[in-house]
Design a protein around this ligand. Structure first.
Ligand SMILES: O=C(O)CCC(=O)C(=O)O
Ligand SMILES: [Fe+2]
Length: 266
């Protein structure tokens, strides 16, 4: 795993709001990530409960991607991948924070001929507000222009407010909220399987449709800086815990939001 970041990578991440690390994991690690992710997704879909978006597989959103959240809660192998402190240390280094917690993992499998992922921001969906939150997106298949690789608006994280749009049918709805971003050329990030892309939770991003007859699979994890506080949004918080929280409470539950890396414990 190419987990050591140089200053140029950190600078590029902070300027652009995203960073591609090509061939981030080795071939044997990629086998494991593919196997655990596919197993965890299959189990989740068979259980057909919450935390997946396939209740009605024919609707538009279900065909943007198969989305399965918090797979580390239900699959031991996935838990071991997600709790790898090397990933947490990288996220903390990019964010420039001394401790980082997992907000949620999620598998995002764009199906064959799947819909595009409309431009959006991530952090406004979440139960905390931090300009330093970020996500790791790992390509389990080659991600190409043809099958829906990630695209970013460079620098948008520096200007974004918490105004957002849902991932709906209009790819460009976000640009009605941020018309000034229409002038910025989006950057496409095709990358081979095993590559990683980090993006800030306020960087505008989207992905094209999958024009191929094969899935475009990705495994992702969203990270929350340690010390982040509850903002009143439920998002993926379990109902009982959500009800117990007051706005401003720190989100420090060790099971729900594990501290995946901390400078104090390193
Ligand atoms: O994989 C995709 O199509 C979208 C990914 C995304 O929005 C994210 O990782 O935040
Ligand atoms: Fe996103």
């Amino acid at each position: 795993m190419k987990n050591l970041l140089c200053n140029e990578q950190i600078e590029a991440y902070r300027t652009n709001g995203f960073l591609v690390i090509e061939n981030f994991i080795e071939a044997d690690e990629l086998d494991t990530w593919r196997r655990y992710t596919q197993e965890a997704v299959n189990e989740r879909l068979a259980a057909s409960g919450p935390l997946s978006n396939q209740a009605d597989p024919d609707n538009f959103y279900a065909q943007v991607f198969i989305q399965c959240l918090k797979l580390a809660d239900s699959h031991a192998g996935m838990r071991s991948l997600m709790l790898d402190p090397r990933l947490g240390e990288m996220a903390a280094a990019l964010a420039g924070v001394v401790g980082i917690r997992i907000w949620h993992d999620q598998a995002l499998f764009k199906p064959p001929f799947g819909n595009g992922t409309a431009w959006h921001l991530d952090d406004p969906y979440w139960s905390f507000s931090s300009r330093d939150a970020l996500s790791l997106w790992i390509a389990l298949d080659d991600a190409t222009i043809a099958n829906g690789c990630m695209h970013y608006i460079p620098g948008s994280h520096l200007k974004a407010s918490y105004d957002n749009v849902g991932i709906g049918q209009n790819m460009g709805a976000l640009f009605n909220v941020y018309p000034e971003w229409r002038k910025i050329e989006p950057v496409a990030c095709p990358c081979p399987a095993g590559s990683a892309v980090f993006h800030n939770g306020l960087t505008a991003h989207g992905a094209g449709a999958n024009m191929t007859n094969r899935p475009r699979r990705a495994m992702t994890c969203a990270y929350m800086p340690d010390g982040s506080t509850f903002n009143g949004t439920q998002n993926v918080l379990p109902a009982e815990y959500f009800k117990s929280l007051k706005i401003g409470d720190p989100l420090v539950d060790p099971v729900i939001n594990p501290l995946v890396w901390s400078k104090h414990e390193a």
